[in-house]
Design a protein around this ligand. Sequence first.
Ligand SMILES: C[S@@+](CC[C@H](N)C(=O)[O-])C[C@H]1O[C@@H](n2cnc3c(N)ncnc32)[C@H](O)[C@@H]1O
Length: 302
Amino acid sequence: MPRRLRQDVQCDDTTCVAWEATVLPLNYTRASNFASRVGSLRSGAQGAKRKLSFAPLHRAPADVSDSNASDSSIIPPAHSRRIRSFVVRAGRMTAGQARAWQELWPTYGVEFTCQPLDLNAIFGRHAPRVLEIGFGTGDALLEYAKLHPDYDCLGIEVHPPGVGHLMIEAHKGGLANIRAICHDAVEVLEQALAAKSLDEVHIFFPDPWHKKRHHKRRLIQPPFVGLLARVLKPGGVVKLATDWQHYAEQMLDVMRSQPYFENLASGESLYSQRAAHRPLTRFERRGHRLGHGVWDLAFKRK
Ligand SMILES: C[S@@+](CC[C@H](N)C(=O)[O-])C[C@H]1O[C@@H](n2cnc3c(N)ncnc32)[C@H](O)[C@@H]1O
C-alpha cells in the first residue's frame, strides 16, 4: 500500500523519511523489507536480468508549504513548495540496479539531510566540485568523472533506477570521485548544500514541460537560479543544455535577468558552444530524432 504524500517540508528526520517514502518504492528504502525483497529476488533469479516494477506513489503532487532553508539574502523567500519539476514515474528497476541500491549505495550514495553536507568528508578530500542536477542514467556525470579525476562529481536524481545505473557504472569504472543523492534537487540546494560550495553546476536536458500549462514546472526559473547562485563559488559556472527552443529562450531570459550571473557566450550568439565533456545522452538522441536543435548555455557566477 503506498504511503501518502507528505503535507509539508519541515526539515526534521521524520519528514525526510516521509519524503523518501513518497518517492522511493517501499523496497528501496534501506529498511529490512528492502533487503528481504532483494534477497528473495537474488535467490530466485540468480543474477538473471529480472525487472522489478514499481508504481508511482504520487503523480501530480499538491503544492505544500514553504520551507525555511535560506541562510542567504539571495534566496527568494517565496520559492514555495510547491510545484515540482518532476513526477515520479512508474518504472522498472533491474535486479542489478536493485542490487546496486543494496550493495553500492553505502559507497556512492549520499543521504539527503536538512543540514549542509560535509563534502570534504563525503569525498575524503578537498577538491573542486561539480554538481549535475537531474542526471537521468548518469552518462554525462560518469563521463565527467572519468575525464576529471581531480574533480569531485556529485549528482542529484529522483529516479531510483537511474541512480542504480549510475552506481553500477561508477563501480565498473572504478570511479572514486562520484556520489549521488536521490532527492528533489530544489530541497538539496536549499538545505543540504552549503553556500559557495560548488565550482560548477550542470543541468542537461531538464524536463521541458512543453505544454504551456506545465511551464510552471520547469526547473530553470528565477527562484531556482537564486538557489544556484547561493551554492556556487564566485567564478563558478552553470552549464545548461536543452533541445526545446522555447525552454532555451526561457533559460536565456531567466539567466540574463539575474544580477549574479554573466553570460560566457562569445561572438554573436547568446548561446554557448557545446561543452566538450558533454556526451550524447538518450534524451539528446531523442531530440535529434525529433528534428530538434540543441542549445547550450554557460553562465559565470559573479
Ligand atoms: C529529461 S531527463 C534528462 C536526463 C539527463 N540529464 C540526460 O541528459 O540524459 C530529466 C531528469 O531530471 C530529473 N529531475 C527532474 N526534476 C528533478 C529534481 N527536482 N531533482 C532531481 N532530479 C530531477 C528527472 O527524474 C529526469 O531523470
